[in-house]
Design a protein around this ligand. Structure first.
Ligand code: ADP
Ligand code: MG
Ligand code: MG
Length: 379
């Protein structure tokens, strides 16, 4: 149900806000939470952003808020020590409740949180040019670099096995065995596609278990609309921290490229249209590596390229599993929507496989140029 302004003002009364509320209006284009713009009566006091957290998607709100508190505190501390940085503008600021908590649970069981509104910023659902792609790479790269010295084990795994492809493969196998709605027979080519790649797609997990790939703190929702840009279209702040948890750097990089450098929609019907935009790819990668090259290990740099195919593979696998299971996880807009989504993601995997040599050489070239620039600065 949609809360009315009076209810929202009641919710806001539980937070330690400065001044008084002039208006509360629905805001932004997020698909997960309900987001509201809270305008202050006073022009000199801050505006706020109120969110009702979707607790159907995020089952453990206390854990995820714990993660956000820890991560924003770390980011703030790191930025405060860097000359020329403005932590209040570059990190989300949680406004505590009167009980000194980072969220408020209302009597109906809804969870609410309040952030400082970052004035003069905007987010774009789709990247419009290479300059923006570069800024997106800088934003998620800086986020990664600043958190590289934070112990990933301090965070909760707020959505267990989120990007764990072995877990997704198990769910897929279980759906095949059940064949709940009799669709298995009709998706043999897609099943074969998955089986052909199942082993190689678990490579990063195996490297992790062997201690060769470090567990980092990753964002896990690196879409371009989760970066706020300032009035000059420069990256200002990474937002939407609900999925921040332990993971591999390649997850963030791979999902960012999947959503930033691939301009066709996730469910593109015409498979011939699915391609990666090399200009956007290069620009995002440039921004990302400028920020991260010094903190990533050689194994992590080498993992970026397999990360490119892994993320669309996981998405396609999840769509296909849901299709076989009878469409009860993702909202569908047509009977075969999940199958169409799976096919689009698998086509993207193929495109990325075909171009993997080229993509890998671009990553290497940019990485080496970043390191070279560092050497020149030192000497
Ligand atoms: P969702 O998980 O639903 O995508 P987000 O946390 O990304 O929710 O927020 C939705 C939108 O609200 C964002 O795309 C952005 O435009 C805007 N937004 C979020 N946080 C802030 C903030 N602190 N200041 C200004 N705008 C914000
Ligand atoms: Mg968002
Ligand atoms: Mg979100």
């Amino acid at each position: 149900s949609t809360p009315v302004t009076e209810d929202l003002k009641e919710i806001l009364s539980h937070f330690l806000i400065e001044g008084s509320v002039a208006s509360v209006k629905a805001y932004g284009s997020g698909h997960i939470h309900d987001t509201y713009y809270v305008q202050n009566q006073s022009l000199t006091l801050p505006d706020y952003l109120l969110q009702r957290i979707n607790h159907h998607v995020f089952r453990n709100v206390p854990q995820l808020m714990d993660n956000i508190e820890l991560v924003t505190a770390h980011l703030r501390k790191k930025l405060a020590a860097m000359p020329g940085r403005e932590p209040d503008k570059e990190v989300l600021t949680l406004i505590p409740t009167r009980q000194h908590r980072s969220y408020f649970e209302d009597p109906a069981g809804n969870f609410w949180r309040l952030y400082l509104l970052l004035q003069g910023t905007r987010s774009y659902d789709l990247v419009e040019n290479t300059q923006q792609a570069y800024e997106g790479g800088k934003a998620f790269g800086l986020f990664q670099a600043l958190l590289a010295d934070m112990d990933a084990h301090l965070l909760h795994e707020s959505i267990p096995d989120f990007h764990n492809v072995e877990h997704r493969l198990k769910q897929f196998e279980a759906a095949l065995v059940k064949d709940r709605v009799g669709r298995v027979k009709a998706v043999q080519p897609e099943i074969a596609f998955v089986k052909q790649r199942a082993y190689e797609m678990t490579a990063l997990l195996r490297l992790g278990r062997e201690g060769k790939l470090p567990l980092r703190i990753t964002h896990n929702d690196t879409k371009f609309n989760n970066v706020l840009l300032d009035r000059q279209d420069k990256a200002q702040c990474v937002i939407d921290l609900d999925t921040v948890m332990p993971g591999f750097v390649a997850y963030d990089y791979g999902d960012a490229i999947r959503t930033t450098a691939v301009t066709s929609p996730e469910d593109e019907e015409n498979l011939d249209r699915i391609d990666i935009d090399l200009g956007l790819f290069r620009s995002f990668t440039q921004g990302f590596l400028e920020e991260t090259h010094a903190s990533l290990t050689d194994a992590e740099i080498a993992s970026l390229s397999p990360g490119l195919t892994l993320l669309p593979f996981i998405m396609g696998l999840r769509f296909l599993t849901d299709y076989i299971d009878g469409d009860h996880y993702y909202k569908i807009h047509a009977p075969d929507h999940n199958l169409q989504r799976a096919r689009a993601q698998f086509r993207l995997v193929e495109v990325l496989e075909e171009k993997s040599g080229l993509l890998q050489s671009i990553i290497q070239e940019i990485y080496q140029a970043c390191q070279h620039t560092d050497t020149q600065k030192i000497s």
